[in-house]
Design a protein around this ligand. Sequence first.
Ligand SMILES: Cc1cc2nc3c(=O)[nH]c(=O)nc-3n(C[C@H](O)[C@H](O)[C@H](O)COP(=O)(O)OP(=O)(O)OC[C@H]3O[C@@H](n4cnc5c(N)ncnc54)[C@H](O)[C@@H]3O)c2cc1C
Length: 384
Amino acid sequence: MKATVIGAGIGGLTAAAALKAQGWTVRVLERSTTLEPVGSGLAMMPNALRALDLIGIGDRVRELATFAGDGGIRRPNGGWLSRTSAEAAAARFGDPTVVMLRATLVDLLQSVLDPAEIGLGVTVDSASPDGTVTTSTGEERADLIVAADGIGSRVRSALFPDHPEPRYTGLTAWRLLTTDPDKTGAFSETWGRGLVFGVNPIAGGQVYCYATAPAPANTTVPDEKRELLRLFGSWHAPIPTLLQQADPTRILRNDIHYLPRALPALHRDRIVLLGDAAHPMTPNLGQGACQAIEDAVVLAHEVTNGTGPAGYTAARLPRTTTIMAKSRQISRLTQLGALTPLRDAAMWTTGRLGPNLVLRQAAPVIDWTPPKSEWTSHHSGIES
Ligand SMILES: Cc1cc2nc3c(=O)[nH]c(=O)nc-3n(C[C@H](O)[C@H](O)[C@H](O)COP(=O)(O)OP(=O)(O)OC[C@H]3O[C@@H](n4cnc5c(N)ncnc54)[C@H](O)[C@@H]3O)c2cc1C
């Protein structure tokens, strides 16, 4: 059985690795000429680690865990709105949350594929439900097409032309890698009036930060570092220092979009949609890539041992729809203006009820386990 995967993002690479581990012949087609992902970090939560175990790289990711001690949600003055312990969370969910470089995850995924299985610089122009893809270099036929072509998926628009396209949330996001000379080490997300700033130490001493703020669509400014300092420079330590340390040429800025309504299905005949192509979500739960990874192993299971693409839709659509909606709810909470004090009071009260409540709220997302299947063990060729 042969699968053509459109897109070599985290979703497409994981899908290829999972299908390969189920005995499929795979070919990934990627329009970019390199696999270089955006230079930033990414949270891999326990649900994703369990899926990565099936393709042989879960432990390689676990080795990179650095989250320790207390962290949580803070006010711009540093006060805590809710507090969680990384150790309590890891004990509750059986695994840590690992914040890592995107590039490291892509390297690990690539290590379970052969270079010949990835076609770089190949743009897919169209995909037909009978299994044919037309590319910049010709035509290919497969038993299954996995459209992992991201939030702007052309395949999604072609399969569901009347479905609304992703919409702008009104929030723009910055991502950057920096260093913390004071080695404060704590992870936190700080919520102000319409503004959010996240601090995540990662293995190797770097700190991955992200920030969101309201802005008209497609706004950029010549000096994004200065813009970030204008918005967050008076917030609690170590945020101003982290921003001062950042390389201004390596600050990423993207507007955040969401799908206003879930798709009616994640497949049509031999085509399946996966990752951001299937369920673009706001980043507030840190689950976009984690869900793409879950999609990949469920897909490989369903098309090999289950009920095919229809089984994939049945297994994935309800869960990803709920997570998409939850993420959007949180993004709306971060966007509140005058109601911010009320929101903060509610969060503070919930936080006072104890970390167990916070963990219980996260449990439906994180307590996921992959389908039982026989997986060929692939071990990463990367040496530690
Ligand atoms: C600010 C921010 C923070 C985030 N933080 C997290 C986090 O902490 N944890 C988490 O799990 N998720 C997070 N996410 C979400 C995560 O980044 C995405 O959900 C994930 O990267 C989606 O992967 P994908 O493979 O589905 O799509 P993409 O990464 O978009 O990959 C799609 C690929 O398809 C290729 N492609 C597109 N069209 C074609 C074509 N026609 N032919 C060939 N190739 C094509 C593209 O070049 C691209 O390489 C965050 C997102 C944002 C914006």
